[in-house]
Design a protein around this ligand. Structure first.
Ligand SMILES: Nc1ncnc2c1ncn2[C@@H]1O[C@H](COP(=O)(O)OP(=O)(O)OP(=O)(O)O)[C@@H](O)[C@H]1O
Ligand SMILES: [Mg+2]
Length: 233
């Protein structure tokens, strides 16, 4: 469904992505792990063409994304939840949810979003900025869901969120994946990544240095430690 081949990207003169190869198959949840600054966010930005690649190929359902304008990528079915959430604090929850829609939602159209994130229904008329960090993250994901994506790119959704909400979020991301939405998940929380995903890519210095199944990574804490410098035990 999504395929990156030899993708490079620059910020000014510095080459941040050195040739990234990765793939997300239909219905899969895949994790992209790596230490700070290795290029995970830039990889997602390259897919969305927010940082257009300087080389290589990205294809989504066999469509070359180089031919697609940045603001049309979402319409192809790719939802992007950036690192740090970026909801609109002075708009209500409902206004935030509707911002990407061409028309106001029909009655019941947002029902499935509220099924995943009931707290958003309770807080529909509250300003986005008054939600807790975890609730804002749910809103950021929900805002993508209303666009009916086939693939969700999630950049550190559990960053800075209290443990009890991490569980909720993890459960809901899993449930969303089970409805058939593919997921590419960037995570610092290795446990979350290995629970949600079936395959894992490890990134180092702008390229993928290792790829394995989540089961292999779970069974081999040494391996995870080698690439991330942390243990998931
Ligand atoms: N707008 C920018 N201008 C210049 N350099 C940048 C810019 N954004 C990121 N970089 C650099 O590119 C490299 C990769 O950054 P990126 O944000 O992709 O890393 P990351 O793996 O997502 O890190 P983190 O885990 O900290 O979120 C880093 O060295 C970073 O300093
Ligand atoms: Mg990042």
């Amino acid at each position: 469904m999504l395929e990156l081949k030899g993708v490079t990207a620059h910020y000014g003169k510095s080459r941040v992505l050195q040739g990234v190869d990765l793939e997300v198959r239909d219905g899969e949840a895949v994790a992209l792990l790596g230490r700070n600054g290795v290029g995970k966010t830039t990889t997602l930005r390259a897919i969305m063409r927010l940082t257009p690649p300087s080389g290589g190929e990205i294809a989504f359902n066999d469509r070359r994304l180089a031919e697609v304008r940045a603001h049309d990528i979402a319409a192809l079915g790719i939802g992007y939840v950036p690192q740090g959430r970026h909801i609109f604090p002075r708009l209500t929850v409902l206004e935030n949810l509707c911002i990407g829609l061409a028309e106001p939602p029909a009655a019941g159209e947002l029902e499935y979003v509220y099924t995943h994130f009931p707290v958003l229904l309770e807080r529909m008329h509250q300003f986005g900025g008054t939600l807790s960090g975890g609730e804002q993250q749910q809103l950021a994901i929900a805002r993508c869901l209303v666009m009916r994506p086939r693939l969700l790119l999630l950049d550190e959704p559990t960053e800075g969120i209290m443990p009890i909400l991490v569980n909720t979020l993890r459960k809901e991301i899993k449930a969303i994946n089970q409805t058939g939405v593919s997921i590419l998940l960037v995570e610092q929380n290795v446990r979350t990544a290995l629970e949600l995903c079936t395959r894992v890519y490890f990134m180092e210095k702008g390229r993928i240095s290792f790829e394995c199944t989540a089961a292999q990574a779970k069974a081999d804490p040494e391996l995870v430690h080698r690439y991330l410098g942390v243990s998931h035990a």
